[in-house]
Design a protein around this ligand. Structure first.
Ligand SMILES: [Zn+2]
Ligand SMILES: [Zn+2]
Length: 261
């Protein structure tokens, strides 16, 4: 069985001392594909370095909406060059809008979102989208600025049925995190999951955040090995045997990022 963690932040300093062991634990749990996601210039550079060192580990580059106010045209240009010269860069992101924390003003978030969409289209890269509590604004900006080449994933999907349908109509994949494993908080996501076509789902940890159950009772830090908990929850929910589901999700992940392994 092969499982792909389509969204993790391996550059996070919490892995500084034991990244090797962390990846070993992932392999032991049959997780053997990784997308290490950048959130600003520094973390994107680091994600690319990490991807270079780990087998079947890929990287994305981009400015997360939290850091939009620190981004500039020059830095987008820098990331474009980084993406062009490194074969392990397979996506642009994570980009989008986050009105939950508001670490950057809305206007800065929207400007960086639109500029980076253009950058991704110009490089023909799939986009990793981040959306939180934007009450439709994320979709509006995306729909207005998307072109026919749009491909990507709404990571850590947390919308309702209406937006699920809208994202699917745009041709996007839906990223499911460990939230689906959590009793109360995951109930809505579990009820919506059956409406996602099987060829449009990918799974992710968003590690080191969002530790799934049952691990969250034991450790605070999430890691790629724990995407297995997301996988097992989906297998039970869809009543699809593990072997079969792993093949579906693995193929979706490779298709989303145009990876050939
Ligand atoms: Zn995110
Ligand atoms: Zn993330």
């Amino acid at each position: 069985m092969k499982i792909f963690d389509t969204h993790c932040h391996l550059d996070d300093r919490c892995y500084k001392k034991d990244l090797k062991e962390t990846i070993q634990r992932a392999y032991q749990n049959e997780i053997c594909g990784f997308m290490s996601v950048g959130t600003d210039k520094k973390t994107s550079v680091k994600a690319v370095q990490i991807a270079d060192e780990i087998e079947n580990c890929y990287a994305s580059v981009g400015f997360h909406p939290h850091y939009a106010k620190e981004g500039s045209d020059d830095e987008i240009e820098f990331l474009k060059k980084l993406a062009q010269k490194n074969k392990k860069v397979k996506a642009w992101g994570e980009i989008g809008l986050d009105f939950n924390r508001m670490y950057s003003p809305q206007q800065d978030q929207e400007n960086m979102f639109i500029k980076q969409l253009k950058a991704a289209f110009s490089l023909d890269l799939p986009v990793i989208f981040h959306e939180r509590d934007t009450k439709g604004r994320f979709y509006e900006v995306l729909k207005t600025n998307a072109d026919d080449n749009l491909k990507g994933v709404v990571h850590c999907f947390s919308g309702d049925k209406q937006y699920l349908k809208k994202y699917l109509d745009l041709g996007l994949y839906i990223g499911i995190t460990g939230i689906i494993t959590i009793k109360g908080r995951g109930a809505e996501l579990r009820s919506l999951a059956s409406f996602i076509p099987k060829d449009r789902i990918v799974i992710e940890t968003d590690a080191p955040y969002l530790t799934p159950a049952p691990h969250k009772n034991r450790v605070k830090r999430n890691e790629p090995a724990f995407v297995k908990a997301v996988f097992l929850t989906l297998s039970r929910l869809f009543e699809i045997e593990e072997e079969k589901l792993s093949k579906i999700l693995w193929d979706n992940s490779l298709k989303l990022f145009s990876i050939n392994i």
